[in-house]
Design a protein. Structure first.
Length: 170
């Protein structure tokens, strides 16, 4: 379901896939080849939300911010992520059931592990893996991690094309 609020309506690139079971409202801009899966809620009622090319927001995730939010390109938000981030850098993976609180940022080519909680205003630097409650940086991304993040984004771009071809969209 796509809704306007205060004169702002989500702007969605024609190649994006938006599940008919997702809810998007307000000042949202969605780039090419983005996929938004069932049960996702995206509420842009306190600032502009931008989702970069090739990113995917998986089932049951909640995306909301108390200001502008920028989710970069080729980013994966796993299942049931709660994202209040200020910024999520390009080529980053937010693991299932993790939480990113207001004003927090996750750098490019990074992973925030499943179940992690990144508290208000904290930052995960570029090229890092963070985990835990509260989240702490465990170390640098390895070649295996970089390949996994890249492959995950590619898989979801192709999967979204399959869903669009079947007519599964808003």
């Amino acid at each position: 379901m796509i809704r306007s609020l205060k004169g702002k309506t989500p702007v969605i690139h024609p190649t994006a896939f938006i599940s008919e079971a997702a809810y998007l409202i307000g000042d949202i801009e969605i780039a090419a080849n983005v996929s938004i899966w069932p049960g996702v809620v995206m509420r842009a009622d306190h600032g502009k939300m931008t989702i970069g090319e090739g990113s995917n927001i998986q089932d049951g995730s909640i995306v909301h911010s108390d200001g502008d939010m920028d989710i970069g390109s080729f980013v994966t938000l796993g299942h049931a992520v709660v994202c209040h981030a200020r910024r999520v850098g390009d080529h980053t993976l937010l693991g299932n059931n993790c939480t990113i609180n207001d004003g927090a940022t996750v750098g490019e080519w990074s992973i925030l592990a499943s179940g992690a909680v990144l508290t208000e205003g904290k930052k995960v630097p570029d090229g890092s893996i963070a985990a835990g409650v509260p989240a702490k940086v465990l170390g640098a991304m390895t070649k295996r991690h970089l390949e996994m993040v890249d492959e995950n984004a590619k898989v979801y771009i192709e999967l979204a094309k399959d869903y669009k071809a079947e007519g599964h969209l808003e």
